[in-house]
Design a protein around this ligand. Structure first.
Ligand code: SAM
Length: 329
């Protein structure tokens, strides 16, 4: 068995057992078993001795210290995917690895500080955040994750603990006032849809005069508010972001507060259909010494399985960096 398979098996057998014993869902049980593994003990007092012994045996046999963070992330991710099949949650899809890896690569390229802060205001299961963090080798990063769904944030919390990532979590609506310090970088797989609270939306610059405002537009505004001057923002956006009837307000907001560094269209093979296809939007918040690139980085990313095409793209991005990165970091 590969290390990821060993980890998945440990998460899976113990989550199945807890699901039965506690009469809860698989994902709830997964959060419980992850917490047990992190604490090194069985925390559920209501369990009978036999169940407790069976769990302890699995925990004893799997030595987390022997695995890399990426192995732990992938093993946990496989178990989450299994749980999500049981309960389909259309608005709670985990950010796929290939996209997370690419955002991680960009964060690495754009931010060359040795220590920085990172915010994900729609952290979900924490998979995107962990994928990005695991690629920033030799850097010290304090992160903040915000998520409205209490089960997802529990999974994100366990995920971060098992991988020993210092992350502060807030279980709340990110579009309500956020009490977090401005971050050097924001990453977000934007939740797309209408925001139901018009009173709150009224406090946003991207609000529409009539009807509900798009929550993804509000997320961009809120993220900008919580980024430092000169900070970078990496959003996973629907391809039609700038073409909707609400787009003029977003354009206005971006023009006033941000610089577009790039838009990278992801390969359509990653998505169910053309309408679902997404891009990565790279923005920088205005600030002293921040200048627009001579030309924004615009590209269509190749299929990630096409090695030579990916290499050509990475070279193209390198050339763009040499020609355009005028800002001091
Ligand atoms: N990157 C995440 C991951 O890897 O698991 C997935 C993000 S998912 C596409 C968007 C997330 O935004 C969902 O988990 C959803 O619950 C959350 N969300 C939606 N509206 C929100 C709000 N107003 N405040 C906080 N979180 C919200």
């Amino acid at each position: 068995m590969t290390p990821v398979e060993q980890l998945f098996t440990a998460f899976n057998t113990t989550a199945d057992l807890l699901k039965e014993e506690l009469s809860c869902t698989y994902l709830e049980a997964l959060a419980e078993t992850g917490e047990n593994m992190f604490q090194g003990t069985v925390l559920q007092d209501e369990l009978n001795e036999v169940a407790k012994k069976r769990l302890e045996k699995v925990y004893k046999d799997i030595n987390l210290e022997a695995f890399s963070r990426e192995d732990i992330r992938k093993g946990f991710q496989l178990a989450i995917l299994k749980g999500m099949k049981e309960h389909v949650q259309p608005n709670h899809q985990m950010t796929p690895d290939s996209i997370g890896m690419f955002i991680g690569y960009l964060v690495n390229k754009f931010i060359d500080k040795k220590s920085f802060t990172l915010l994900d205001p729609a952290v979900g299961t924490g998979n995107l955040l962990a994928t990005v963090l695991n690629q920033q080798t030799g850097k010290e990063i304090d992160s903040v994750g915000v998520e409205i769904d209490d089960l997802l944030i529990r999974l994100a919390f366990v995920n971060a603990n098992l991988q020993k990532h210092p992350v502060e979590f807030f279980n709340q609506d990110s579009l309500e006032p956020l009490f977090v310090d401005p971050a050097d970088a924001v990453i977000c797989d934007l939740p797309v849809g209408y925001y139901p609270n018009d009173l709150r939306a009224d406090t946003y610059e991207v609000k529409v005069k009539e009807g509900h405002t798009y929550s993804h537009h509000m997320f961009i505004e809120q993220s900008t508010k919580h980024a430092k001057d000169g900070g970078y923002l990496f959003f996973l956006i629907p391809n039609g972001l700038f073409e909707s009837e609400q787009a003029p307000m977003l354009h206005e907001f971006i023009k006033k507060h941000l610089i577009v560094q790039g838009v990278l269209q992801l390969p359509s093979s990653l998505f169910k259909n053309k309408q679902a296809a997404k891009s990565i939007l790279i923005l920088q918040k205005n600030g002293e010494g921040v200048a627009a690139p001579k030309q924004a980085l615009l590209a269509e990313l190749p299929k990630l399985s096409d090695g030579p095409a990916v290499n050509r793209m990475l070279n193209k991005i390198d050339v763009w960096f040499q020609e355009n990165k005028t800002t001091e970091k």
